[in-house]
Ligand binder design. Structure first.
Ligand code: ZN
Length: 384
């Protein structure tokens, strides 16, 4: 692996800790497609941000990924369902986020909001339902879903330019699974807040690489956040946090609502903080290597072999063992059951035949809950 690093894409520091072993791990794209090994992972020794080396090679890979991007393609573009690991009950992710914002009384009765990276309008649709007195705007670099987004009641306009060209002032700017894609997230925040009303807020939703090690495998994520990193980054810029310190509204994700910054200061970490961040990443890389090895062993065992899930981790694993090694996928999302995935059927947990083995490539915290719930029904689950 190339040792050269551009330095931290957020604070610009050239002192970087590189994880060379990461380059041999297969990866996955943020729209859930297997992606070959050969990536980079590093930690900035000044601000502590876990990140990719965002060099020309990384930029070229992102262009290739975005050129054929399909958001939520496993459920035909419908907003992704999230599951309560204890009950298995599903709710649309966008609706859940909006209800959490409302529950914390973070939104005025009327106002306007722009959803940056609005995709096919999942979040705007939830806003249309629960914020009837708001003017809604969507921004997305590709115009693929423009007509769909414009047809949502309450949507006033659709923009297909970069967010730095945004005109007007908004009471709420939302970045749902966008912030981790940006080079220089602190600077991007400073650009965005220029479009905020004085009392406005920016709502950021990102995956947590601390809770979910698989997040580190996403090839087109420039940054891999922990809740502590995101909160500390905002505190360094003196952006008021409007949600207190509760960030875990959705399992494996980080939710943050902040106001206008008071200064343009980059976070600086102590040497011991840097060492503990490096330790976390090392532990996660080792765990991912063991998950890959476990799946390869199981695939070679000759038993009928299924994989639990059809999202990031399952699709990464498909790339690792090869789609031919997998006989079926198991999913609890009714929108996915009955479909096929890499040419193999997606079945419900109750449809798994006796003696078949189901590998559960889920973040440990989720895997345990799923295991407790489903093993009661006689399913033979294998956890990493
Ligand atoms: Zn840095």
């Amino acid at each position: 692996m190339k040792k050269f690093s551009l330095g931290c894409h957020d604070c610009g520091c050239r002192e970087i800790h590189v994880f060379p072993e990461y380059a041999s791990l297969g990866r996955v794209t943020s729209d859930c497609k297997p992606w070959p090994a050969g990536g980079s992972l590093q930690v900035c020794r000044s601000c502590g941000l876990i990140q990719a080396n965002t060099d020309d090679k990384w930029m070229a890979e992102c262009s290739e990924i975005y050129a054929s991007y399909e958001s939520n393609y496993q459920s035909s573009g419908v907003d992704q369902a999230i599951f309560d690991p204890l009950t298995g009950a599903a709710i649309q992710r966008s609706e859940k986020l909006l209800l959490e914002l409302l529950r914390r009384k973070l939104l005025p009765a009327r106002g306007n909001l722009v959803d940056i990276g609005c995709g096919s309008g999942g979040f705007l649709r939830a806003c249309s339902l629960h914020l009837p007195n708001w003017d809604l705007f969507g921004l997305e670099s590709a115009a693929t879903y423009e007509r769909e987004v414009r047809s949502i009641p309450g949507v006033r306009d659709f923009f297909s330019f970069g967010f730095d060209k945004l005109a007007g002032r908004y009471h709420l700017i939302t970045l749902l699974h966008v912030f981790e894609h940006l080079q220089g997230p602190s600077a991007a925040y400073r650009v965005l807040e220029r479009s905020l009303e004085q009392t406005g807020a920016i709502f950021i939703e990102v995956p947590s690489c601390e809770v979910n090690p698989f997040e580190l495998l996403v090839a087109d994520h420039a940054s891999h956040f922990t809740a502590d990193q995101l909160v500390s980054m905002m505190r360094a810029m003196e952006a008021p946090l409007l949600h207190g310190s509760d960030c875990d509204w959705i399992p494996k994700e980080i939710s943050l609502v902040a106001g206008r910054t008071k200064q343009d200061t980059r976070l600086r970490r102590s040497p011991s903080e840097i060492e503990s961040i490096i330790g976390l990443v090392q532990k996660h890389i080792q765990w991912l290597e063991s998950v890959a090895a476990g799946a390869k062993r199981l695939a070679a065992s000759g038993r009928r072999f299924g994989v639990f899930g059809t999202s990031i981790a399952a699709n990464w694993l498909t790339g690792v063992v090869g789609p031919d090694a997998i006989d079926f996928y198991v999913d609890e999302d009714p929108g996915r059951i009955g479909r096929s995935h890499f040419g193999k059927p997606i079945i419900a947990p109750a449809q798994v035949r006796p003696k078949a083995k189901v590998y559960v490539p889920l973040a440990p915290v989720i895997a345990r809950a799923v295991n407790e719930r489903l093993s009661a029904s006689g399913l033979e689950l294998v956890l990493p």
